[in-house]
Design a protein. Structure first.
Length: 76
């Protein structure tokens, strides 16, 4: 029997990673083709700077999840 919850989690993870890769590769690639190397470098810096708050929020959520799971394991 297949574990649908695990499959769903893997699918969501793959979609998020794919979306980020498309954003960086296609987006920055188009900037490079249209405006050149300098603009593509700045576009990459801006994309990375935009990812920082997202990664901080994801890290905070992961940390809270880890703490809750650990607390629930200790209470049993």
């Amino acid at each position: 029997m297949t574990d649908l919850k695990k499959y769903d989690s893997q699918t969501v993870t793959r979609l998020i990673i794919g979306g980020i890769l498309i954003l960086f590769i296609i987006g920055d690639g188009l900037i490079y083709l249209i405006y050149g190397t300098g603009a593509a470098g700045m576009g990459l810096i801006c994309l990375l700077a935009g990812m920082v708050p997202i990664l901080l929020v994801m890290g905070a959520i992961w940390l809270m999840d880890w703490i809750v799971k650990r607390a629930n394991k200790d209470s049993r």
